[in-house]
Design a protein around this ligand. Sequence first.
Ligand code: PHE
Length: 371
Amino acid sequence: MPEHESGDSIPHLSGYREAELDQAFAAISREVEASSAALATPEAVEAFRLQWLGRKQGRLKAISDAWLKSAPVEAKKLIGQRFNTLKAEIEQRLEHAEASTGSSALDSEAIDITLPGTRRKLGAEHPLIRTQNELIAIFARMGYSVGIGPEVETDYYNFESLNFPPGHPARDTQDTLVVSGQERKPLRDRLLMRTHTSPVQIHTMEEQPPPIRIVIPGKVHRNDAADATHSPIFHQLEGLCVDTNITFADLKGTLDHAMKELFGSSVRTRFFPSFFPFTEPSADVQISCPFCGGSGCRKCKYSGWIELLGCGMVDPSVFGFVQQKQPAYDPKKISGFAFGMGIDRIAMMKYGIGDVSLMYSGDLRFLEQFA
Ligand code: PHE
């Protein structure tokens, strides 16, 4: 009888007496022994397993089908006992072979269920996004909504409509990264990376009539060399409020309140004359140093004050540009203020971050501190 065959090659039982059964099972047992003798590779072990224990084609199943099922009731118990012994013998040989060839499923996967599980790290808000959300929440409580605008802008929205005419020296204060291949277009249509979020003031007003109260967070780009306090990509939060009878006092009150919310109620603000082409009058805002309370320290360069943002009353000429699309922005009837602040700088102050490049490094040792 060929060794590696199953099913129909099962010998017939000569009878159901114990001696006859013992003889028949002994013959199978010798067969098992022979076929398990030289199992040297995991593949051979697997073939042995299939040959004997395979659920459909296995020889054990064939034996059970041939001998057990058709046996008279009295013989079933005797056959069953011998069948179980045979099965145990096969399993034992299999185990041995698996151990000696290193082919056990458990071995190869090496799962140690006593080890602690894999800890899945929870994500954390990036300090920039966290600061941005904090700022948005402060202005949301004062009735401001949130807008966004494109990072690739036209010269018209980034400069001209904000009252920076072509060739105006104020353009030089924002070192601009321009999109290449734009020379054939008229200047106003040429694309560039926005240098500030202020162009979104214009988009917003062109899209909706007054009143407006909106903050606009977003990425801006300048061709600046990177150092500890400069990054060619950084973030701003723009603010715009337009309504009837909006005055400089509203601007001062709004920003003073926002800074107190952000840095604590003991923080004071002061406004210095400044210049932006799209606001008149314009101001730079300083806050009393939140680190030393104003007495002077390294962080405020011993001045007691830290400059944080630019702002001013919307220049009537800006309303003039907007009126080409929204006549309701009539500077004789409405007025407004705008402000812009650097989110990176505020985040650095709030969280004691000394180098802006950390914000863009993706270094987990930095980010994990905010988890
Ligand atoms: N856009 C200005 C800047 O980036 C900041 C600013 C915004 C000033 C709004 C006044 C009003 O420097």
